[in-house]
Structures are given as C-alpha cells and as structure tokens.
Design a protein around this ligand. Sequence first.
Ligand SMILES: Cc1cc2nc3c(=O)[nH]c(=O)nc-3n(C[C@H](O)[C@H](O)[C@H](O)COP(=O)(O)OP(=O)(O)OC[C@H]3O[C@@H](n4cnc5c(N)ncnc54)[C@H](O)[C@@H]3O)c2cc1C
Ligand SMILES: C[S@@+](CC[C@H](N)C(=O)[O-])C[C@H]1O[C@@H](n2cnc3c(N)ncnc32)[C@H](O)[C@@H]1O
Length: 461
Amino acid sequence: MSDIVLDWADGQPVSRRFGDVYFSRDGGLAETRHVFLDGNRLSARFAALPEHAVFTIGETGFGTGLNFLAAWQLFETTAPARCRLHFVSTEIDPLSATELASALALWPELRPWAQPLLAQYGALPPAWHRFQFRGGRIVLTLLVGDARETLPRLDARVDAWFLDGFSPARNPELWSDALFRAMSQASRDGTTVATYSSAGAVRRGLEAAGFRMDKIAGFGRKREMLRGTFVSTARGGSVAPWLRRPAPLASRPRTAIVIGAGLAGTAAAASLARRGVDVTLVEREDHVAAGASGNPQGMLYINPSAHGTVLTQLLLGGLGFTLRELAAHLPDDATAWSRCGVLALAHDAEEALRQQALAALGWPTGFSRVVDRAEAGALAGVPLPTGGLFYDGGWVHPPALCAALARIASTCDPRTARWRWSATTVSGMCAPRTARRCAPIWSSSRRPVTRGRWARRRRCH
Ligand SMILES: Cc1cc2nc3c(=O)[nH]c(=O)nc-3n(C[C@H](O)[C@H](O)[C@H](O)COP(=O)(O)OP(=O)(O)OC[C@H]3O[C@@H](n4cnc5c(N)ncnc54)[C@H](O)[C@@H]3O)c2cc1C
Ligand SMILES: C[S@@+](CC[C@H](N)C(=O)[O-])C[C@H]1O[C@@H](n2cnc3c(N)ncnc32)[C@H](O)[C@@H]1O
C-alpha cells in the first residue's frame, strides 16, 4: 500500500498501479447511473422495499466512492424512510483522504453525500472498515485488501452487484472464476449484477457462477455492457449443506433487552437501536459504566501482528470504528477523549525487529509510521531512550463513551426496581414526556462527562 494512489491526467484521476481511469471521460456520474443504478434497476427496487428492509449492494473497486454516493443519493430519494442500505465494497488501493476529497470535488451535485463520507474517511490499513451515516440508515463496509481474498470470506446476502474493477484487459487477475464464485456464494435468487464490461470471458464466468446474463446498450463510447440475474439452479455444482447460508429470519426482532450499561452493553444497545430495534438497557447501579468501564482512562491502541492475522484485521477494523464513533459523538477535548496518537517504543531488540516487520507492510503513514528517538521524545514531551512506531489512536474516558452510546435515547421505567433506560432512536432524543420527569444522574463530584438525559428512578413515578 502507498500513500499516493492517484495520478491526474486532464483533470481525471488515474490509478498509478493499473494505469487506468476511474470513470468514463464521457461523464462518470452519468455512467454510474446508467451502468450500475439502472443496470440493477435500483430505482424501482428501492421504491418497492417493504418497511424495515435492508438492501445490500456489493462492489468490486470502491475507488473514489462515486458509485457508493450515487447509490446512497438514489436510496434517499426513493426508498421508504425506515429501510436501510448496506454498501459492501472492496478496495486494494484505498485513496488517501486528500485524494478522495480532490476526486469527489468533481461532482458538486453529490456534495451533501460526499461531505459525511469525507468527514469520517481517513488512512485505512488492510482490514474491514465500517462507516455509518444518517444515524446508521446507510452503512458502508469497506473490505480493504485484494477482492480475491476478501470477497470469499464475506458472509452476506447481496441484492445487487456493481462489477467495477479496472477493465479486464488491464486487470485480468481480478475478473477470475474465484471472484465470480465468491459473488455467487453471497447471492440469492433474484440478485442482480451489472458491469460496464461486455467481455466474453466475463459473461461466461458469471454464467458459470449462476448468473443469467444479457448484453444491453453501454454508456458513452462503450457500445455494450452486461447485466444479469442470479438463479441458484443455474449455478454449477452443489453447495455442501454445511456451507449453505442459513435461511433469513422470517421477521426481524423489534425489541431487545440489554443487561449492563458498560462498554459492551451500551455499544450493543446503540447498534441495535441503529437497526431499528427498540432497546431497553437495564443496569443494576444508578449510572452507566458502573463496572470495569468506570476506569477513568482507557487507551485506544492495538498490538498488531505483522503476519496479517484475522485477529489483527479485527483489531484494525475495531480501532478505526471506535475512532469514528468517538469523533462523531464526543468532543476531542482531552476530557472525554483525545486522539493524541499512541507511541509504541522499540524498547528491546525483539520489539525493534517486530516493529521493522510491521513498518515493512507499508501501511498508510496517516495510520502508523516509524519515528526516531528525537521525534518520539518530542511527541511524548519527555526525553526517551529509543524511537518506535507512532499509531493513530489515543485515549478515552470510558464512562463518557458509555454515556454517548446509551444517549441514543433514555427513559425510565417506574415499574422496575432497577435503573432502566430505553433506547428507541438513534438521534439521542428522550421521549418528551419522560424527559420532563427525568433528571441527570451525574453528581457534581463526578467528571463532567455526560451530556445525555438520564433517569434517576426515584424521580420516576
Ligand atoms: C483499571 C482498568 C483499566 C483498563 N484499561 C483499559 C485500556 O487502557 N484499554 C482498553 O481497551 N481496555 C481497558 N480496560 C478494560 C475495559 O475497560 C473493559 O474491558 C470494559 O470496560 C468491559 O466492559 P463491559 O461492558 O464488558 O463490562 P463492565 O464495564 O463491567 O459492564 C458490566 C455492567 O453490567 C452491570 N451488571 C452486572 N450484572 C448486572 C445485573 N445482574 N443486572 C443489571 N446490570 C448488571 C454492571 O453494573 C456493569 O455496569 C481497563 C479496565 C480496568 C478495570
Ligand atoms: C474503475 S475503479 C472503481 C471506481 C469506483 N467504483 C468509483 O466509484 O470511483 C476500479 C477500482 O478497483 C480497484 N481494484 C482493482 N483490482 C482490485 C482487487 N484485486 N481487489 C480490490 N480492488 C481492486 C482499484 O484499485 C480501483 O479503485
């Protein structure tokens, strides 16, 4: 991976690795709408979604995020209000934040959608990164790595595929049977696919994987493109029972009870609420973070392996997600949290070797970089015996994070002998009737970290 992914030619972004353009010179946004949105009939399918449905799009090649933003824009203008969009994309060379901003500046019409993406986007090491927008209604899962490795591990039910890697002529490795098989594993009857390519090998590969393909008129100078629909009986071979996806739940749960308002409980409650579930958060004490999460300062750091382990990918994805949650919900004011970075010193020969191996992975420097002894000392504010690795991260006051997560909504239930909050929306608003009857629970002796509305049970009657 490198910090610089793009070159610019005639005002258009071009990939350094593949030497190909990211979108048609005839008009990238119009091409996206023709090939991917219309090719998958998304306007009509979004409009016909039942209440609370989740529509999942899978993509090869996130690039500048143009397809994502165009799909999001269409979803917001056509889908019923309580439906959600999950966009799963893959990217081997994620753009830097600066490159993404320059590329998306080409589409002023998409500014209202590009801004929230840019506000969250940062240096992305190889991992699965989740972004949430519009209170969780729009979710982006970005699988950073080679799609041929990441997609076969994806456990999802995709409704529509955008096949948008660089052209098969420039990037033949991507358009492989392995990729088409992975797509078929994550498809169901009726899943659609669209691609600007009309190459015979692509058509044959997709057909062998179970897609019934058609050629239709392409965009701009491209005479033809492909689109298709997945039919499970057309898939070659059979899937062993233990590899089959479980059938989807007939109905999604509408309510849930979460016990314990520590980091685990409040994060679970927030996550469920974002999925439209009415959550009741039950805590035995009279405040959040009454257990281990009550410690005043938690470091936001990871101890990665240089061997690309699944655990390391999980840690990288989790750290990024946590930092985005914190940036969205708490002020970085050195009271609630601070993104001051974390310095890992090369304190002995073994650690120095480990750090060399990590540095050789070439992760984006905005995420981790080697610092010498002088810079390490300057960062830490004290003289140090050695340099090391400087990571994105910092520290958080965990009770502030618990409060922020639980603040999505709060009510108190006079029928219970215990503290009880109910998180019903993502917006953090308390039901007005309850809000009048509830008072903040933090006493002045505590750090001023909660800004939510909290309920003291004895006032609720
Ligand atoms: C001193 C200290 C320093 C730490 N430093 C770090 C760090 O630097 N970085 C890091 O990542 N992690 C750190 N940790 C670990 C981290 O804080 C914990 O892993 C995390 O807070 C655990 O959260 P939890 O929600 O699982 O548990 P808890 O925070 O313990 O939450 C459990 C909650 O459930 C409630 N409960 C229990 N039983 C019931 C019941 N029957 N009914 C209702 N409610 C109930 C409890 O009152 C409590 O509020 C540290 C922990 C400590 C103690
Ligand atoms: C044509 S561009 C995609 C444009 C993008 N969809 C957009 O909206 O801007 C192709 C993208 O596929 C990515 N790519 C190419 N090969 C890949 C692979 N093997 N795995 C993951 N991504 C790959 C490239 O880095 C590039 O970003």
